[in-house]
Design a protein around this ligand. Structure first.
Ligand SMILES: Cc1cc2nc3c(=O)[nH]c(=O)nc-3n(C[C@H](O)[C@H](O)[C@H](O)COP(=O)(O)OP(=O)(O)OC[C@H]3O[C@@H](n4cnc5c(N)ncnc54)[C@H](O)[C@@H]3O)c2cc1C
Ligand code: FES
Length: 235
């Protein structure tokens, strides 16, 4: 483990912040770190750039992270896990809630390397749609209709011609991933799709077994990014 200083914080809402480290991590979009805040549990967080994480406060550790001040230090193991694959053609990013975090990194990475990237990003309310100006080409949805299209992000996805995209990247809550997987299967597009999964993690390096899927894959080491065809029947 090594430590990094928190250099800068962007507070997107009462419960969501992006914390920037004082140093970049050699990493690829889709990878995660195990972050250690003294006196709290170590938790997995996706990198939202090579030098940041974007955190939503849900329990003790994430609530403490949201309260952290610039200048404080955190412990880090990683980066770990399998990243998203690369395309320089047309890419669609589908984000639900805080699932947008790794897609911020992927968006910059693909755009910088010549891909044409479109984003469909949904949340429950407009308050939970964060850092929207980061995307040049994006459409937003909210379940309460407070911003953009009223409905879930998948309601909007269903209106698009998905066959136009070389790669479709999906990240969000488990129910959304399952629905997206079924939709892409029906459209015969599973092979072009990649999903980032979350499971309870302890070691982060494939040893403890706490993140294992039914087929024996370890989300920390064989994922967290999986091709859609490898997840059929697993989520
Ligand atoms: C690979 C990976 C990447 C992740 N990336 C991010 C990220 O970029 N930003 C972010 O905010 N969070 C991310 N998470 C989720 C984050 O790790 C959990 O929110 C965190 O561990 C919760 O810790 P806590 O002590 O605050 O809450 P706890 O007290 O542990 O839990 C509070 C509540 O959150 C639920 N919860 C805990 N862990 C998860 C989880 N993994 N998925 C869904 N619900 C959970 C619990 O069931 C409980 O209801 C990621 C998880 C994984 C596995
Ligand atoms: S977290 Fe230990 S095997 Fe995945």
């Amino acid at each position: 483990m090594f430590t990094l200083k928190i250099d800068k914080i962007i507070k997107h809402s009462d419960s969501i912040s992006t914390l920037f480290f004082n140093s970049r991590l050699k990493s690829y979009p889709g990878q995660f770190i195990m972050l250690n805040l003294p006196e709290y549990e170590e938790i997995p967080l996706s990198l939202s750039s090579s030098a940041s994480v974007t955190v939503k406060a849900v329990g003790e550790t994430t609530k403490a992270l949201i309260r952290i001040k610039a200048g404080e230090r955190v412990g880090i193991r990683g980066p770990f896990g399998k990243p998203f694959s690369f395309t320089d053609k047309r890419a669609l990013l589908i984000a639900g809630g805080i699932g947008v975090a790794p897609l911020f990194y992927l968006y910059d990475y693909l755009s910088d390397r010549g891909a044409e990237v479109e984003v469909l990003y949904g949340a429950k309310t407009s308050e939970e749609l964060v850092w929207k100006d980061k995307f040049e080409s994006a459409e937003f949805t909210t379940e309460d209709g407070s911003e953009g299209f009223k409905g879930t992000v998948l309601d909007l996805v269903k209106q698009k011609d998905l066959s136009e995209f070389d790669r479709i990247y999906v990240c969000g809550p488990e129910g959304m991933l399952k629905e997206a997987l079924n939709l892409l299967k029906k459209l015969n597009l599973l092979e072009r799709s990649e999903f980032s999964l979350e499971r309870y993690m302890r070691c982060g390096i494939g040893l403890c077994g706490s993140c294992v899927l039914d087929d024996g894959s370890r989300v920390c080491a064989d994922g967290p990014v999986f091709n859609g065809k490898d997840l059929d029947g697993l989520i």
